[in-house]
Design a protein around this ligand. Structure first.
Ligand SMILES: Nc1ncnc2c1ncn2[C@@H]1O[C@H](COP(=O)(O)OP(=O)(O)OP(=O)(O)O)[C@@H](O)[C@H]1O
Ligand code: SF4
Ligand SMILES: [Mg+2]
Length: 335
């Protein structure tokens, strides 16, 4: 059954404008041939879109399919079903050539800066590489790299240093600089701040927000912590076992969640204030949501039923479709 997210009237998208990104009924199964056909889908009929200048947050527990969606969009993972369009162009099965033609328009920032920064290269080389690929000359690329470093809060001299000579937060700033140096329009941030301490996390989030506002960027912002997503996203999509459980305006989903899983996710989100943290722990316990991501539901029914305190027989037999509740779309029979 489909878990389509219907488009929101309160979306940031101007009426009729082509979305920056449109993901429709996306299915991803790992493995090859018969093995893949028999495997449970890591991403199961997920649909959402991102308007120009909009940030959509993708949130869920470990293994819920967030990175798989990001990789499918970036062309790093084969798609089993559905479609992905970038500015109206179908890129679902785009080959290397078509991806190259997109140039630097679609970029990524990952949790581990080492995945985009070669430790043997100077920061200047890592930043200039995407520009060289686009035919920018050495001197011009170096000047752009220095400007970009300055923009992310690092000294221009950082071009001649190596990634190991920087802190984790500074390395993540360099990754952001590398992602943005070709003036992309859409950036996939996959757990981009998850490895950072709280204050460095806040600095990098502020930097991402400033750059977005300056350049009119769109982000797909992936994180397991809903509080982090809430800071940046205008809309939030909540995933559980590869399916959309709830989606809608960030304020509605994070402050007044309707789905039992989203409620548990919000209650589990860490906050730096002890009193609030204690209140959240109490709220979490009173929800009665069972832990145990290993609980594997059989086919059919609600994927969350083995952990849900509200589950009934109906939940075991009938898969809840997404339906509008207030301003959000929620996949729960009892929301
Ligand atoms: N290369 C792979 N081969 C087989 N299965 C995979 C592969 N990568 C991911 N999976 C499976 O697909 C599902 C979704 O994984 P994914 O990495 O997308 O989750 P995630 O939401 O990003 O988790 P995390 O928060 O831990 O990063 C998981 O069940 C995972 O085990
Ligand atoms: S459909 Fe049933 S099991 Fe699923 S979240 Fe709602 S109440 Fe819980
Ligand atoms: Mg991941």
């Amino acid at each position: 059954m489909s878990t389509t997210v219907t488009e929101r009237p309160d979306s940031a998208r101007p009426h009729g404008a082509t979305p920056m990104l449109e993901v429709k009924e996306l299915v991803v199964r790992y493995g090859r041939g018969r093995k893949a056909a028999a495997a449970p889908a890591a991403v199961d009929h997920v649909s959402f879109s991102i308007a120009p200048g909009e940030t959509v947050g993708l949130v869920g527990e470990s293994g819920s399919g967030k990175s798989t969606i990001g990789k499918a969009i970036l062309g790093l993972q084969k798609v089993s079903g559905g479609s992905i369009s970038y500015q109206g162009r179908d890129i679902t099965s785009a080959g290397a050539g078509q991806r190259r033609a997109l140039g630097g328009e679609l970029r990524a920032v990952f949790q581990d800066p080492n995945s985009s920064l070669n430790p043997r290269n100077t920061v200047g080389t890592s930043l200039a590489e995407p520009l060289w690929l686009r035919g920018v000359s050495g001197a011009e690329a170096r000047a752009k790299a220095e400007d970009m470093l300055e923009r992310v809060g690092l000294p221009r001299e950082a071009v001649d240093r190596y990634p190991s000579q920087f802190s984790g937060g500074q390395r993540q700033r360099i990754s952001v600089a590398r992602a943005l140096i070709c003036d992309p329009q859409l950036v996939v941030c996959d757990e981009a701040v998850s490895a950072l301490d709280l204050s460095t996390q806040a600095q990098v989030l502020n930097l991402l927000a400033d750059l977005r506002d300056e350049r009119g960027l769109s982000y797909l912002f992936i994180a397991h912590d809903i509080a982090v997503v809430q800071f940046l996203a205008q809309r939030v999509v909540v995933l559980y076992r590869g399916e959309v459980m709830e989606s809608g305006p960030a304020a509605a989903v994070t402050e007044n969640p309707k789905h039992p899983f989203t409620q548990a996710l919000v209650a589990a989100s860490p906050v730096p204030r002890p009193a609030e943290q204690a209140a959240r722990r109490e709220a979490r316990e009173s929800l009665g949501v069972r832990t145990g991501a290993a609980a594997v539901p059989g086919p059919g029914g609600c994927p969350f039923r083995l952990r849900c305190p509200l589950a009934t027989e109906l939940c075991a037999t009938e898969r809840p479709a997404l339906r509008r509740v207030g301003t959000a779309d929620v996949a729960c029979h009892y929301a």
